[in-house]
Design a protein around this ligand. Sequence first.
Ligand code: BGC
Length: 742
Amino acid sequence: MTLEEKASLCSGASAWSTQAITRLGIPSIYMTDGTHGLRKSVGFDFKNSIPATCFPTASGIASSWNKELLEKIGKAIATEAQANDVQIVLGPGINMKRSPLGGRNFEYYSEDPVLSGKMAAAFIQGLQKNGVGASLKHFAANNQEFERMSVNAIIDERTLNEIYFPAFEIAVKEAQPWTVMCAYNKLNGTFASENEYLLTSVLKKQWGYQGFVVSDWGAVNDRVLGVQAGLNLEMPASGGYNTKKIIEAVTNKSLSESQLDALVTETLAITLKAKENHSENVVVDKALHHALAREASGESIVLLKNSKSILPLKVGTKKIAIIGTFAKKPRYQGAGSSQVNPTQLENPFDEINKIFNSSSITFAEGYNSLGETNASLTAEAVKVAKGAEVVLLFAGLPDVYESESYDRANLDMPSGHNQLIKAIAKVNQNTIVILMNGASVSMPWKNEVAGIVEMYLAGQAAGGGIADILSGKVNPSGKLSESFPIRLEDTPTANDFPSKEGVSNYGEGIYIGYRYYDKKKIETNFPFGFGLSYTHFSFSTINTNALHYKDNDPIVVTLKVKNTGNVFGKEVVQLYVHEQETAVTRPENELKHFEKVALAPGEEKTIQFELSYRDFAYYNSNTHHWQVNSGKFDIRIGNSSRNLPLQQTVYIESTTKDIPVFTRNSLFKEFKNVKNSQAIYEVLSESFIDKSTKAVTEDQKKAEAFLYSMLGDMPVSKFVLLSGGKFTEEQLQAILNDANTN
Ligand code: BGC
């Protein structure tokens, strides 16, 4: 392969395809968006793509906590990709929900890395089992839309490793996506597209990633730096501009050809695999995929409030008032590159009518398409509500409130929706609010309504999905994959989101989502992991295979979960870990495992989880390693982050030698507790404290204690400067060597 050919493979051939080299039989492959459905369009015309099944968007589908369902959806999207000659689907998106205001939160799974990582892995496995590659995106720290192409995310090493990396790490290790898409933004000063630490050290070397890295569309800054950092493919095509740059760089030896070879080899391996996996003449069963979209929507919907068991609607309920424009024109997906042109669209009004078959279902719009209401719209809705046994009030966020490319300004729904809900709740005590929105919203009317159902953006079968839930055909089993804060002021990034002067300082560190609300003991409207059912579940009999472990022993936890009600239902068993006495700041609880279980009335099942080192470890930025400290850990199990009725305490003994890394800036007192350190400590202290005279009087003892305390907090390098020559730089270096090798 010539240098020109190699360089040409580092950029795309068009908006969506890669470069072919006919002479060598290298094919071109085609990519399209697809976080919740295929969007194959001509150029960048978002609105005109081929019809494809629109599944619930990520925030909805993550609320299913159902890995098998994610795999099934992945498979279905792959089938549609095969039928349309697409080899790579640009999804899933797994950036963490650092703030509820993130404009693309509807397209991301969660505020928790384990939930996001596991959902993503299942989706990727589904796609790739059917021969289509995934593109895991956006790596990394693309957590806001404002100035997304230039913002510099400043994140400390521990926070990156504990919050912003693990979802990617889980998905990469468990599912090996064929491609990973780098983010637009900078991370700690360097664009993700030329960030060697991200793309090579962490992704390819530490995690053993075997696919190729593609740029987000237009994310390349300096293509040559990108090659050096490990960015395999630039998308879309840059019209030969960057191919030339690469050729020049290799020719003038500022880029090594072997580095280019390595990248091209990685790209080619996936390109050939993609072509090998392509199936001809695939036919999509649209009805079957629509049925899956309906199942997915039912499985994702979260029942948040159900006073007096108002839901499911009683058989024979006659006078149902349906209020809200969304009931007839549902908001079912978000805007931007993920927008799918659905194969069909169900609306809640028609689907509820089909199930209840009632001649006395009444309807009022309540608000216009922008979410505004007025005296006559409200009066009409109030009139309809007054005459009904129950009101189903559809509300949420209109399209313009959340989208790719801008963030939300606040947590509020349109004031028209809020006013309408309050007015209706006043005249009908059986008002159920049904929400269509991609992310959490504030709920100033929470205590005034009888029921709240969170639909999220439930895809093309949103109508059927909600009708199934309201009628009880499907028992709700969704659990929030994000916290619902009461006020914006309560959120971890309230003062710091999105960014100022091009910089986003992640000052809240590891405390995002429930980690923050729990630590600060802040009440939320609804906590992470929460969701009601039409039945009840009990948790019992937690056991571990021992009580005392070494940190690398596997820990097996079992428990029982029982359906104590009288209808079939599904429960999400959630396992969190809490460290009792921590050496470093740690969250109150961290989700480590979960399992969705289906149970018939009266049925009980035993659930088993296997825990390992990482489930107890924190990331130590001094040693750059995961570390478990010896001590007691509580394993807590339940059905939301704030309802964990089962607890088992285990003792874990650390097997890693506790070797702090000593530097010139290590504090004097730190040398005291290091193995074989007494000698080192003596040398340092003697250079300062006159040991020939012993402190005898109270005053002398006080003075000595003062001196020790002051010196204890001093970086050891200061001893060289302040000891008046008694303690030299050479001695210091020798001591550091000793301390670090002991
Ligand atoms: C988005 C990506 C998307 C790409 C291609 C970008 O603007 O950030 O998520 O895959 O466009 O449409």
